[in-house]
Design a protein around this ligand. Structure first.
Ligand code: FEO
Length: 389
């Protein structure tokens, strides 16, 4: 695919990757992804913002065929899906300077062995004139890694936002048009990549939002020419507000925990609490991450295996701990055969989550009326806690 004009003298470049199904050997990509780079042609100088994933180097290099001179290559992020083709671009344009943040210089030297004498460090807020166009560099740490920065193109009011506001969604639409579909992909992306850094993202939002924004051009997914809806979504996701929702994740070996999960789900529904239920044996972890963005409470159902939580539950708890959602409460329920330390061991897997743990409900073997009553009481407690919020 050839470069595409966004506005006069500003072009989308990069690649679509419809078939990629996994990122970082961890994150499911049901809709593939895109690796966006951007070309800005000023009256005096030309800059390329980011390169592309090395698997799609041929796309970018073909798009550069009719670009005889490149003065600057801006590296917003050292992760390879942005930077992997930098060495090839620098080799094609020996005169080009690589523009990086201070931390970016260190990481690009470490990850891609970029020679230090090709790099120029810019400070937060620094500007670079291309003649009639001006690039302003904004340090936005942790919009995925510590070195990440964005670029604001002043005269066109375009924010090149790196991973921030991105979506792993492949489309030939240059701009986000299927708003609901893009929003779902953007929320999944936020949950998996941005949520661990929620408080820093809030500060970065304040920083970029003081500028007029006609277009937001992220590194993944379509661009936003009506940025209001993605900005509002980010303000909501990063806020402290939680919803009257319980994420109930469980796994069951012989039906006991499943019976408890079903009972608790029904009891919560009767009390007007929305439940998002995930059987971890068949769960898309991206969907689970998305549900964790807003929920007030996490309920975990597990059988005991070798004295501790079932490994599928331990994995999901480890992930939830790493993603640091804004949950307020948690509850653990489940079954065991003869003895269990599963509750204590599960809590130890979630030290990052500053949760109030409600009274656990455990049973030996299949649940009996007293355990179902305890689950009813647990549902009442959750509903009351949510109401207080
Ligand atoms: Fe798009 Fe952090 O990589």
């Amino acid at each position: 695919m050839q470069k595409r004009a966004i506005v006069e003298n500003v072009f989308w470049m990069g690649a679509l990757d419809w078939n990629r199904r996994l990122f970082d050997a961890l994150i499911p990509l049901p809709d593939g992804t895109t690796y966006n780079a951007y070309l800005v042609r000023g009256s005096d100088k030309t800059a390329l913002l980011d390169a592309t994933d090395p698997s799609r180097a041929d796309w970018l290099m073909a798009q550069l065929d009719d670009v005889p001179r490149l003065d600057y290559l801006v590296a917003h992020h050292a992760e390879q899906d942005h930077s992997g083709t930098i060495p090839q671009v620098l080799a094609k344009y020996p005169e080009a300077r690589l523009i990086v943040s201070q931390k970016g210089k260190e990481l690009l030297a470490a990850h891609l062995m970029v020679p230090e004498d090709r790099m120029d460090v810019v400070e937060d807020g620094a500007t670079l004139s291309l003649g009639d166009l001006t690039l302003e560099f904004l340090y936005t740490p942790w919009v995925h890694w510590p070195e990440t920065m964005c670029t604001y193109l002043r005269e066109k009011e375009i924010l090149f936002s790196c991973d921030l506001f991105g979506s792993h969604y492949t489309t030939t639409d240059l701009f986000a048009r299927e708003r609901e579909v893009v929003m779902e992909a953007a929320k999944r992306y936020y949950a998996e990549i941005m949520m661990p850094f929620r408080m820093v993202i809030r500060k970065n939002l304040e920083k970029v939002c003081v500028r007029p924004l006609k277009i937001i051009a992220p590194s993944h997914g379509p661009l936003y020419d009506q940025p209001g809806f993605i900005l509002d979504a980010y303000k909501d996701w990063t806020s402290s507000a939680v919803k009257n929702e319980v994420v109930l994740m469980y796994v069951s070996m012989h039906g006991s925990t499943e019976a408890m999960a079903r009972h608790l789900t029904a009891a919560l529904a009767e009390r007007q609490v929305r439940v998002r239920l995930f059987d971890l044996a068949v769960t898309d972890m991206g969907k689970l991450a998305m549900a964790l963005v807003d929920a007030a409470t996490l309920a975990v159902g597990m059988p005991t295996v070798l004295g501790g939580p079932h490994p599928a539950v331990a994995y999901a708890a480890t992930l939830a701990n790493a993603l640091r959602p804004k949950l307020r409460f948690a509850a653990i329920f489940g079954s065991y055969g003869w003895t269990s330390q599963a509750v204590e061991r599960l809590k130890e897997l979630m030290p990052n989550l500053k949760l109030e743990f409600l009274e656990p409900v455990l049973c030996q073997g299949y649940p009996r009326p007293e355990q179902f009553s305890a689950l009813d009481k647990l549902a009442t407690t959750m509903a009351e806690r949510h109401t207080r919020l």
